[in-house]
Design a protein around this ligand. Sequence first.
Ligand SMILES: Nc1ncnc2c1ncn2[C@@H]1O[C@H](COP(=O)(O)OP(=O)(O)O)[C@@H](O)[C@H]1O
Ligand SMILES: [Mg+2]
Length: 287
Amino acid sequence: MRERGEPVHFADAPFAMARLDGGGIETAYFDYALSPLRDEDSSIAAVLNITPETTGRVVIEQRLAKAQAALAESEAKVRRRTVDLEAALNAKTLLLHEVDHRVKNNLTMIGALLRLQSRQIDDPVITAKLDAMMERIDALATVHRRLYQSDDVTKFDIAGFAESMASGVIGASGRGDIKLVVDIEPIEVQSDYAASLGLILNEMLTNVIKHGLNDGRSGTIKLSARGNGADYVLTVEDDGHGIDLDKKSDGLGRTLISRLSKQAGAKVTWDRLEPGTRVTLTMKSVH
Ligand SMILES: Nc1ncnc2c1ncn2[C@@H]1O[C@H](COP(=O)(O)OP(=O)(O)O)[C@@H](O)[C@H]1O
Ligand SMILES: [Mg+2]
């Protein structure tokens, strides 16, 4: 400064010093503002040195920088952990899909075995029972096919399944005189219940073809699925002959429906309509 004659400023210059009020050696920070004081002949007579201490601010800034670095590091850790967890979830999903795929293939194989066996039997009562068993196994195979095609392995859309099963059952019956009317919103249930609910729907739908819209009676199957508070309600309605609610049946269908609905935490009720039958399945959704 003496050479150039201009004021000089140093910001936050560190000094090792001991304070009078005790404590050890610490680093303190000062701003230096040096200004020349000139004589009449403008030569520099003295230097004015203003050195306010900035330690308080500098220490706070240093702490802030440290905290920011620590935050950035933990954010990076969280990001790495998220990537790891996503990879683990993907691996688990893939594995479960693989299992569902195998289960579906094995069920298809069991169905084919039953079909072969059924062809060798002449008794129509037994072949009808075997055919019903094949339909149940096909229904289970379809449940597992939908499970391995779904992105979320924990949930199962029973309403979407019901729609495809209804058109499948009508298609398989070869009946051109049955109309399907669908009014559904997705109903997501725990995938643990998918097999039970799939079997229940199979019984409901095959009963319509077998008992409601049989003997040359044409008609409509109405499928509806709606959220109703905490419960979800799925109904299969036909305008066929109508169920006789007092009749004791020796069939397997309604027994299966009652038992499986208990397992899946669902409730099933039958109503006689004028004309037809309505079966209502009430279940808890997954949130
Ligand atoms: N949609 C329906 N329309 C008319 N009757 C029905 C319907 N669903 C069930 N039923 C009656 O309920 C009975 C019991 O059905 P189910 O237990 O499935 O036995 P199965 O189908 O083997 O006869 C049937 O025999 C039939 O009389
Ligand atoms: Mg039945």
